[in-house]
Design a protein around this ligand. Structure first.
Ligand SMILES: Cc1cc2nc3c(=O)[nH]c(=O)nc-3n(C[C@H](O)[C@H](O)[C@H](O)COP(=O)(O)OP(=O)(O)OC[C@H]3O[C@@H](n4cnc5c(N)ncnc54)[C@H](O)[C@@H]3O)c2cc1C
Length: 503
């Protein structure tokens, strides 16, 4: 089949999935009003793959069928192949202004990472390695849209995984693995085709039932998704320029004795393999996250410039300083992106060695910040990308949002609705009192509403949460670095100076 059209994507969503929203079991997600905006956005992206202007950018010829397929499946091992990924993924992020963390590209990259580590997955059970490869080919050839779920529910984090009502294997049959429990937090679930379940917290010996990775269609019997309240409340594009187009939806996935066929299992009841999966990834998924972060930072920086212009303060040194800092962050982001691409290429050509794997396993068994130091990267084997998404982007985006808030001030709040602008009584007043320096009142309010939708609405609040949490717990991620050799190197350097003073 190859790259899908928007129409086939929408048709694929009409199945027996169990999506609960606001007390309702939604029978057809394509007809549910709050999901229409994001479905249209995704359908447009799929459609572009068939537009002759974009096809060369977004697709490449499938190595098996020769059909155009998404570049986010390129198993890049050379710089030319890497550039194919970079161009395609960047274009899709730009079409969506970096506002969709779960563009299909994200999970395509995840599945590509999983395919790349098939020797690891198959080392004890060869079928699991083959399954990962076949699943990668299936996703690539059918252009499936995936959601994923990694994190155990937050029931009582003072206790172990068995206290969290987490997803676990409860039975094995000839047909497959029966799983029960729940996982958080499946972004894009309502409008995806498949759910991918993978590792996050490393498991300890004794937690074998929780050491799982597999994928199932959304409409699998026993699988239920309970969504958070949607942010698209039907307001116009003028009033809510983002909420109505980019609200991806988040859900808790509940597995009520779900049968996972063996051919869809990538790791099961094998703690060591489960814990090695993410550290062994080349990092295509991290790269996609860095591309998206870079594009979003560019968008926020541009928006801050528009807000300053709307109120006539672009010549003020204080404003130039604030904007200059954001532009400097964009420069840094672009550098981090290039560095990440080189790291990923290195990793793709140097699979995790036996010694590194042993070090990871030993770190996890010693409970080094419950093994997080080893999640999605191994020190000394390219940590730029994961450091960028965990440290740099959350801070840079917080700074951008604070800057927009400071600059826009009351203008962000005083934004009459589209209907107010149409009211005959107000025709004389709104254009006069709400105009900007070189902008009509409507144009100025458009800028401020866009800014408010990213910093102040429910949509904006969730975006902020997303940047801080999507790559894991921000405190743990920082403590991780304390355990790496970098600390020893840095300490040795400072100690060297002190020692040199004694001579
Ligand atoms: C908007 C959004 C979208 C998401 N989408 C997805 C998705 O699509 N798929 C998916 O799998 N996951 C998703 N996540 C979940 C995300 O991966 C988790 O939120 C993240 O890993 C943190 O885990 P947690 O929420 O369980 O928080 P916890 O681990 O419970 O942490 C809660 C707080 O406690 C702090 N903390 C934890 N340990 C310590 C400690 N030892 N000492 C001090 N403080 C500590 C943390 O820093 C954090 O501030 C999403 C999250 C958000 C907010």
């Amino acid at each position: 089949m190859g790259a899908r059209t928007g129409k086939t994507y929408i048709e694929g969503l009409r199945d027996d999935r169990h999506i609960y929203v606001n007390g309702e079991l939604v029978r057809d997600v394509t007809q549910y009003p709050p999901f229409q905006g994001v479905i249209r956005t995704l359908a447009d992206l799929y459609e572009r793959q068939h537009d002759s202007t974009y096809q060369p950018l977004l697709t490449y010829a499938s190595p098996t069928s020769g059909q155009p397929v998404s570049t986010s499946f390129v198993l890049a091992q050379t710089w030319d192949e890497m550039e194919q990924r970079l161009r395609g993924e960047r274009a899709r992020c730009e079409f969506t202004y970096g506002l969709m963390g779960r563009l299909p590209d994200f999970m395509n990259a995840f599945v590509t990472d999983t395919a790349a580590i098939r020797p690891l997955l198959g080392r004890r059970t060869p079928q699991f390695g083959e399954n990962a490869w076949k699943y990668y080919e299936l996703c690539r050839e059918q252009d499936l849209c995936l959601t994923h779920t990694l994190v155990d529910p937050q029931v009582d984090r003072s206790k172990g995984v068995d206290a969290q009502e987490a997803l676990r294997a409860v039975k094995e049959t000839d047909a497959g693995l029966v799983v029960r429990g729940a996982r958080m937090l499946s972004t894009l679930a309502p409008v995806s085709d498949e759910l991918w379940v993978g590792p996050y917290m490393p498991r300890k010996p004794g937690e074998e039932d929780y050491a799982l990775s597999f994928a199932v269609p959304m409409a699998t019997p026993g699988l239920k998704f309970v969504c958070r309240e949607p942010y698209d409340t039907g307001q116009s594009r003028f009033d809510r320029p983002l909420s109505g187009r980019f609200d991806e939806g988040d859900a808790i996935a509940i597995f009520d004795d779900v049968l996972v066929p063996w051919e869809r299992v990538f790791a099961a009841r094998d703690v060591e393999t489960h814990n090695l999966m993410a550290p062994a990834f080349p990092g295509y998924l991290t790269l996609q996250a860095v591309i998206r972060g870079t594009v979003k930072l560019r968008f926020l920086t541009g928006l801050a410039c528009l807000v300053a212009r709307a109120i006539g303060r672009t010549e003020m040194p204080r404003y130039q300083e604030m904007l200059g800092e954001l532009i400097g962050s964009v420069e840094l982001a672009e550098g981090l992106l290039t560095a990440t691409a080189h790291d990923v290429l290195y990793n793709a050509n140097h699979p995790l060695g036996t010694e590194e794997a042993r070090a990871v396993t030993s770190a996890v068994s010693r409970g080094v910040m419950p093994g997080l130091g080893t999640l999605f990267g191994v020190s000394g084997r390219g940590m730029v990308g994961i450091s960028a998404v965990r440290l740099f982007f959350p801070q840079a985006m917080t700074r951008a949002i604070d800057t927009i808030r400071l600059m826009g001030s009351s203008g962000l709040i005083m934004t009459p609705t589209e209907k107010d602008f149409a009211h005959p009584d107000l025709q004389e007043f709104l254009p006069r009192h709400l105009r900007g320096r070189d902008m009509s009142a409507q144009e100025r309010v458009r800028v401020m509403k866009l800014a408010w939708d990213i910093i102040g609405t429910q949509f904006g609040g969730r975006q902020f949460m997303y940047e801080w949490f999507f790559a894991g717990d921000p405190i743990g991620s920082r403590i991780v670095y304390y355990g790496t050799d970098r600390r020893k190197e840095c300490t040795a350097l400072a100690q060297h100076l002190i020692d040199s003073l004694k001579k």
